[in-house]
Design a protein around this ligand. Structure first.
Ligand SMILES: NC(=O)c1ccc[n+]([C@@H]2O[C@H](COP(=O)([O-])OP(=O)(O)OC[C@H]3O[C@@H](n4cnc5c(N)ncnc54)[C@H](OP(=O)(O)O)[C@@H]3O)[C@@H](O)[C@H]2O)c1
Length: 346
């Protein structure tokens, strides 16, 4: 059997382009005892993947040149020689960037396998397979676990969220509102700012390309800042520091701005406020809080059903669209969680 995979043909310097990738047809081996054949339905496109294009390891090994890439995907078992998996079972894996793959079934995301109990419960409640990469995916988990586990949202306090129209950012803004916080956020276009205020109910938002970050934050935070969820840049993080109230917390989910320049953090300023105001800075992996996964699924799906959690998606059609989708994460052109649809789910 043949399938198609996306391979890396070169490593970018600066911004990645679709020319760094190629789609190739490859032969799949015959299924052996214990293995399953999976047809991917959707794959996730995430900012960290730009870091996987670097030649050196970050928190993940570099993507190889000329071989199948990896990334989150949700797929359906279409052939099985493994007693734990039946045809039509859903599996979440790190085997995205290809239409089909063969697996020994030992690397599937644990909470969906082996008995598919959570998947069945979630799907029975009106969710779709793509939701496991979207509203229930890693970026949403990062935001939820940050807000609900790493931090304690307090009603009436002020939350600042960078990249408010991004996945991590938009979920954090809405959790802040659900928990009764004053929410202040920024985004890179007037349309995204309008969405934050008019659709998500953010109290104050500004376009950081038009308004100096320090000015935008000052205007939105007359009582100072009590909690930050940072995912944009060292510059945004630094601008928060002089406005922080004493003994408060800054969570760092990531700095997307550094991913195209070697991943080195430069331009941190105002650090003296960390000492003067006794601040806590915390970075965290979403895996640290997987004990709360069931509660996360419950809350996110309930909030969506109640109309309190909007989750925007940008669906790209077909494997060929994946490279451009990744490159466009860094231009601000995309609004919503980027997913590539590989196959209809019926
Ligand atoms: N720790 C973890 O486990 C974990 C998990 C998931 C994600 N993350 C991190 O969280 C961050 C956001 O991820 P996401 O999935 O929410 O991304 P996303 O939804 O794709 O958001 C990307 C947005 O970031 C903004 N952006 C792009 N380049 C920028 C730059 N140079 N400066 C400022 N903003 C820029 C753009 O919005 P604008 O148009 O508004 O500029 C873009 O639409 C990333 O740093 C990611 O690596 C961490």
């Amino acid at each position: 059997m043949k399938t198609r995979q996306v391979h890396l043909v070169s490593r970018p310097e600066g911004f990645a382009t679709p020319d760094n990738f190629v789609v190739r047809e490859v032969d799949l081996p015959v299924l052996k005892e214990g293995q399953v054949l999976v047809e991917n339905l959707y794959m996730s496109i995430d900012p960290y993947m730009r870091r996987s294009m670097e030649p050196v390891a970050t928190d993940l090994p570099p993507w190889p040149i000329g071989e199948a890439l990896n990334g989150p995907s949700i797929g359906r078992v279409v052939d099985s020689r493994n007693s734990k998996y039946a045809v039509d079972d859903l599996v979440e894996s790190m085997s995205g960037w290809q239409e089909h793959f063969i697996s020994d079934a030992d690397d599937f995301v644990a909470y969906l396998s082996p008995d598919n109990a959570i998947a069945k419960r979630v799907l029975a409640n009106g969710a779709e397979p793509k939701d496991f990469l979207g509203i229930l995916g890693v970026a949403a988990q990062t935001s939820y676990f940050g807000m609900m586990c790493a931090a304690t949202p307090v009603a009436g306090e002020t939350l600042v969220v960078s990249s408010g129209a991004g996945v991590v950012g938009s979920v954090a803004c809405q959790i802040g509102k659900i928990k009764g916080m004053r929410v202040v956020s920024s985004a890179g276009s007037d349309d995204k700012v309008a969405w934050l205020v008019n659709e998500l109910g953010v109290d104050h938002a500004f376009n950081y390309k038009k308004t100096a970050i320090a000015e935008g934050l000052k205007a939105g935070c007359p009582k100072g800042i009590d909690l930050v969820l940072e995912s944009a840049s060292p510059e945004h993080f630094s601008a928060c520091l002089p406005l922080m109230n004493e003994q408060k917390l800054l969570l760092i989910a990531g700095f997307i701005s550094i991913y195209n320049s070697g991943g080195v953090v430069r331009n941190i300023s105002n650090f003296e406020y960390v000492l003067d105001r006794f601040l806590t800075i915390k970075s965290y992996p979403f895996m640290a809080y997987l004990d709360a996964y069931d509660q996360f699924v419950h809350d996110m799906l309930s909030w969506r059903a109640e109309g309190r959690m909007q989750f925007k998606e940008a669906i790209h059609e077909g494997l060929e669209a994946a490279p451009a989708a990744l490159c466009s994460l860094f231009t601000g052109a995309i609004h919503g969680k980027s997913l590539v649809k590989l196959k209809n789910y019926v």
